[in-house]
Design a protein around this ligand. Structure first.
Ligand code: GLP
Length: 253
């Protein structure tokens, strides 16, 4: 795991956007794994700026989102399809036919998840997977006790995730209790992972992810197995790391 600790969240978002833009420049047909949530909003704004001001070209890029709520269709304002349109897809020259999200309103959710896995393989696998982290250590919607080799599947959302995310719904009670998510095994197959965490609320779980033992209780600890995973933190999210100073020295940050 490579760790970068920056002073402010703005620096985290900027560095992450620059790294994604660099992958797209180097690999015009890159396959990106995308995440949602508050953390990613500014990263996508940075990518929109890179497209507008520096001509970063998304026309050959394919994307696979980590997750979607069960019961929310592509036009639901609270669904991740609309989220992606709002923050990224409507503002760059991406081919929408090459953007993929699990179908939260599929008749057969299991079959839809199997097809999602097959589509990732058919696209050649994910080059770069963007990740946020839940306060309970989830990545995607892999909640505590998710199998460390799990694949894309329907899952039940935990109370912690409902509390964390329902404020993002126009009517909080309408937040679904189930979601479809890439599995931890699916995520670990990405050629590169880039996890971002900012703010004091993430500090305890970030310390567990980086310094704690690998456990299904904290799904993000599985990233310790990934051969090419970078974690970018602001000072607040890094505050509980026991060896913070030595990591700063190692990364030169
Ligand atoms: C949601 C997403 C996760 C994301 C998490 C972090 O639960 N399913 O993929 O990592 O939010 O959220 P935030 O960035 O809002 O803290």
């Amino acid at each position: 795991m490579e760790l970068v600790i920056l002073d402010t969240e703005a620096q985290v978002f900027e560095l992450a956007a620059r790294q994604v833009a660099q992958v797209v420049r180097q690999t015009p047909r890159a396959v990106l794994g995308l995440a949602t949530g508050r953390t990613m909003e500014a990263v996508y704004q940075g990518l929109v700026r890179a497209h507008r001001d520096e001509g970063v070209d998304f026309s050959g890029v394919a994307t696979f989102n980590l997750d979607e709520y069960v019961g929310l269709g592509p036009d639901d304002p609270n669904g991740y399809c609309r989220y992606m349109a709002r923050y990224l897809f409507d503002h760059v020259n991406i081919d929408l036919a090459q953007t993929h999200l699990p179908d939260g309103v599929a008749d057969d959710l299991e079959a839809c998840c199997a097809a999602y896995e097959a589509a990732i393989v058919a696209a050649g696998g994910i080059d770069l997977q963007l990740l946020g982290i839940g306060v309970n250590g989830h990545i995607g919607f892999n909640e505590p006790l998710s199998g460390l080799h799990s694949r894309t599947r329907p899952v039940q959302l935990s109370e912690a995730t409902i509390a964390q995310n329902q404020g993002l719904f126009d009517i909080p009670e309408r937040m679904p209790r189930q979601a479809l998510t890439m599995g931890i095994g699916t995520i670990l197959e990405a050629r590169e992972c880039l996890l971002l965490a900012t703010g004091a609320s993430k500090a305890p779980v970030v310390a567990q992810m980086i310094e704690g033992p690998v456990t299904a209780l904290i799904p993000a600890t599985a990233l310790q197995f990934h051969p090419r995973c970078t974690v970018i933190l602001d000072a607040a999210a890094a505050a509980d790391l026991a060896q913070r100073e030595s990591y700063r020295w190692q990364t030169g940050a």
